[in-house]
Design a protein around this ligand. Structure first.
Ligand code: NDP
Ligand code: MG
Length: 399
C-alpha cells in the first residue's frame, strides 16, 4: 500500500551502509521530498550510519555490533534520533512501521529482521538472498501470513518478476537466470583452485560487497540464486536454468508454453532493479545509464561449467534434497567465505567445505523437514558449527 496523495512514503533500509544500501540511499536522495526514512541499520560502520541518519533525518538508527553503541549515541547526540544496538535493535528497526523496506543485510543474519518486517505486512524489497535460502518457503509463508509483499531486488529475480507479467503463472515452462561467470570464467580448474583473495575480489561487471563478490567468483552466488528463484516463484529445480552471459545485460528470461521467451535487459547497475522495487507497481525515473546495445555490439551466451564451478552443482543438489539442505548449503558457504577472506583456506576449498558439510549433515541423520523459521535458524547454527569443525581438515587437504 502506498500512502494517498502527496504525503511522503515511509521507508527503512536494513544494511544501509553496504553496496545495496548505498544504491538505495542514492535513489532516495534523488527524491528526498517523496520519502520519510523511518530507520537505518548497519553492522559496525557507525560513522557511515550516523552520517546517513543525520542526512535523512531518520527516526531510528540501529547498529548490530553492541560494542559500538556508545559511539553511535555520541555520533547522534543532539539530533533527537533514537538509536539502539545489537541484533534486537536491528529487528526493532525492521518492526517499526515503514511502508517499504529494503532488506540488504549480508548473510543469514538478515533473516530475523526480514521476518519482523514480513510479520507486520511490509512491502519488502529483498536483496538479502541468504535469508531466503536459509528459511526457504517458510519465509514466503510467513510473508503471506503477515500480508507482506516480497519484491525481488536481486537483478536476475527482478528481471524474472518483470518478465513474468507477460503471461499467466500456469503458462510458465522455464526460467533462465544469467551469470556473468565472474573473474574466473575462462580459468582452468587448477588456476581457480589457487586463486587469491585479490583475484576473487575483481568482479568484471558489478561493484558489490565482499561476500557476494567472492560468491560470484565461485558461482556460489548463482547457486544461491537458483535456490532463491525456486522459493520466490515456487519453481521445481528442473524449471530453472543458468546461462553464462559475460556482458551482464540480459538479467533473466522467462519461457512460456508457446515457447515465447521474455527477457529483461539493462546496464549492470543495481539501482535499476532497486528503482523497480521502490516504484512498484508504478515506474519511477531512475538515474542509471541508458542501455546502448549498438555500442555494446555483441551479447554472448555459454552453458555453465558444473565441473570447474562445483558450487552450482551443489546448489541444485541441495535444492533437490530439501529438508534443510539449502540452509546447510548457505551456512557452510558463509563459514567457507569468511575462512577464505581470513586466508585460512584456498579458493577451491570453499566448495569442498560446503560439500563436506552437506555430506556429514546427511550422514548424521540431520536432514528433516523444517516446520518453522526457528527450525531454519537452529539448522543454520548447527551447520555453521559443523562447517567450522570440518574446516581444519579441509584446509589441510590438497585439492
Ligand atoms: P555489503 O557487505 O556491501 O553490505 C552489507 C550490509 O549489511 C552493511 O550495511 C553491513 O553493515 C550490514 N551487515 C553485515 N553483517 C551484518 C550483521 N551480522 N547484522 C546486521 N547487519 C549486518 O553487502 P551487499 O550490499 O553487497 O549485499 C547485501 C545483500 O544483498 C546480500 O545478501 C547480497 O547477496 C545481496 N545482493 C547484493 C548485490 C550487490 O550488487 N551488492 C546484488 C544482489 C543481491 P557494515 O557496513 O557496518 O558492515
Ligand atoms: Mg544477482
Amino acid at each position: 500500500m502506498k500512502p494517498a496523495g502527496n504525503s511522503p512514503r515511509s521507508v527503512t533500509v536494513l544494511g544501509a551502509t553496504g553496496s545495496i544500501g548505498d544504491s538505495t540511499m542514492d535513489l532516495l536522495r534523488q527524491a528526498r521530498d517523496r520519502y520519510q526514512v523511518e530507520a537505518l541499520t548497519a553492522h559496525s560502520n557507525v560513522e557511515a550510519l550516523a552520517r546517513l541518519a543525520r542526512e535523512f533525518d531518520v527516526r531510528f538508527a540501529a547498529i548490530a555490533d553492541p560494542d559500538r553503541f556508545d559511539d553511535l549515541k555520541q555520533a547522534l547526540a543532539g539530533t533527537g534520533i533514537a538509536c539502539g544496538a545489537g541484533e534486537s535493535a536491528v529487528v526493532e528497526a525492521a518492526a517499526r512501521p515503514a511502508d517499504w523496506l529494503m532488506a540488504a543485510v549480508s548473510g543469514a543474519a538478515g533473516l530475523k529482521p526480514a521476518l519482523a518486517a514480513a510479520d507486520r505486512g511490509a512491502t519488502i524489497a529483498l536483496a538479502n538472498k541468504e535469508c531466503l535460502v536459509c528459511a526457504g518457503d517458510l519465509f514466503m509463508q510467513r510473508a503471506m501470513q503477515g500480508g507482506a509483499c516480497i519484491l525481488p531486488a536481486d537483478s536476475e529475480h527482478n528481471a524474472l518478476f518483470q518478465a513474468l507479467g507477460s503471461g499467466n503463472r500456469d503458462e510458465l515452462t522455464r526460467v533462465i537466470i544469467t551469470a556473468s561467470g565472474g573473474p574466473f570464467r575462462t580459468w582452468s580448474a587448477t588456476d581457480i583452485e589457487q586463486a587469491t583473495l585479490e583475484q576473487a575480489l575483481k568482479h568484471p561487471n558489478w561493484s558489490m560487497g565482499q561476500k557476494i563478490t567472492i560468491d560470484s567468483a565461485s558461482m556460489m552466488n548463482k547457486g544461491l540464486e537458483v535456490i532463491e528463484a525456486a522459493y520466490l516463484f515456487a519453481l521445481d529445480p528442473d524449471q530453472i536454468d543458468v546461462l553464462v552471459h559475460p556482458q551482464s545485460i540480459v538479467h533473466g528470461l522467462v519461457e512460456f508454453s508457446d515457447r515465447s521467451v521474455v527477457a529483461q535487459l539493462g546496464t549492470p547497475d543495481m539501482r535499476i532493479p532497486i528503482a523497480h522495487c521502490l516504484g512498484w507497481p508504478d515506474r519511477i525515473a531512475g538515474p542509471s545509464e541508458r542501455l546502448d546495445l549498438a555500442k555494446i555490439g555483441q551479447l554472448t551466451f555459454e552453458a555453465p561449467d558444473f565441473e570447474r564451478f562445483p558450487g552450482l552443482r551443489l546448489a541444485f543438489e541441495a535444492l533437490r534434497t530439501g529438508r534443510g539442505a539449502t540452509t546447510v548449503f548457505n551456512a557452510a558457504n558463509e563459514i567457507a567465505v569468511a575462512a577464505f577472506i581470513a586466508r585460512k583456506i584456498r579458493f577451491g576449498a570453499i566448495a569442498r567445505l560446503v560439500e563436506a558439510t552437506l555430506d556429514q549433515w546427511a550422514r548424521d541423520g540431520n536432514l528433516a523437514p523444517l516446520d518453522s523459521a526457528d527450525d531454519a535458524i537452529a539448522v543454520d547454527h548447527g551447520a555453521r558449527k559443523l562447517a567450522a569443525a570440518l574446516l581444519p581438515q579441509i584446509a589441510a587437504k590438497a585439492s
